[in-house]
Ligand binder design. Structure first.
Ligand code: COA
Length: 255
């Protein structure tokens, strides 16, 4: 049982907290497994009506833990990371997130599966998969162009540069921007409001909003996963990860 993911359920709200600040809340396979397990419990437990993801006031998540990724590359659709991604993409009850500071890689792509997202004004969203010699995951190659429009999506997914909370608000990724000290409390209050509503109506509303492309989202995720696993052991990713470890800029000029 990892303490790097804290799970707390109260008043119908399960809060899943990323709790690895010394590594900027980067996510290991043990942490993905813990979050996937919590989502499974939440799905089957009538006492949980809403799930809220949160990080720290200064950082939401630095994405995949790069060392762990190299040592424990995701092996297939039953790996913890894919169980987690599948879990958020098919979660029937409301999912909320409160995001402050950097939200890198999956720290951003997971938000496209949340129903409500609140951000601190220090939030910085980025999807630097190309810079790591990888490709998008979590169906972001489908969902990001849908929300941002193709050209802004290409900028976010190809250049991989961060965009800030106000830009995220403008494109609809975020519902509201708050001071970082208030974001988690505000998101929790919104989660409690939802938890007081009839769960059958919430679940049916979400199902109806999502059903048009649910199968496509899961298929896109599976296709991305296949490419991602292949690219993870290819030369571009090796160079990017080695450069990260050696604290230098990667050199892709010969790749
Ligand atoms: N995997 C493993 N370790 C990570 C990490 C990650 N994704 N992100 C940060 N860390 C480690 C750093 O290596 C550093 O370790 P050190 O103290 O031994 O040097 C420590 O966490 C603190 O990170 P640092 O970069 O010093 O913090 P920062 O506040 O300057 O920057 C980020 C924060 C999130 C912007 C920056 O850490 C970052 O860009 N991380 C990589 C993100 C990434 O590429 N993720 C993969 C997405 S698929």
């Amino acid at each position: 049982m990892t303490t790097e993911i804290l799970v707390h359920a109260e008043a119908g709200v399960m809060t899943i907290t990323l709790n690895r600040p010394e590594r900027k809340n980067s996510i290991t396979s043990a942490m993905y497994g813990a979050m996937a397990d919590a989502l499974e419990r939440a799905r089957g437990d009538d006492a949980v009506r809403v799930v809220l993801f949160q990080g720290h006031e200064t950082v939401f998540s630095a994405g995949n833990d790069i060392n762990d990724f190299l040592n424990n590359p995701p092996a297939g659709e039953n790996s913890p990371v894919f169980r987690f991604l599948h879990g958020i993409a098919s979660f029937p009850k409301p999912l909320l997130a409160s995001v402050c500071g950097p939200a890198v890689g999956v720290g951003t792509t997971m938000l496209f599966h949340c129903d409500l997202v609140y951000a601190g004004d220090n939030a910085a969203f980025s999807m630097p998969f190309v810079n790591l010699g990888l490709c998008p995951e979590a169906a972001s190659s489908l969902l990001v162009p849908q929300m941002l429009g193709y050209h802004r999506a290409a900028e976010a997914l190809m250049l991989g540069e961060p965009f800030m909370a106000e830009a995220a608000l403008e494109v609809g990724l975020v519902n509201r921007v708050l001071p970082p000290t208030e974001a988690n409390n505000y998101a929790n209050a919104q989660a409690k409001k939802l938890a007081a509503k009839p769960i059958t109506s919430l679940v049916e509303t979400k199902r109806l909003m999502k059903k048009g492309q649910q199968a496509q989202v899961l298929q896109q995720m599976a296709d991305e996963g296949e490419s991602f696993r292949r690219m993870l052991v290819a030369p571009a990713a090796k160079e990017a990860f080695t450069a990260f470890m050696e604290k230098r800029r990667p050199d892709f000029s010969k790749l």
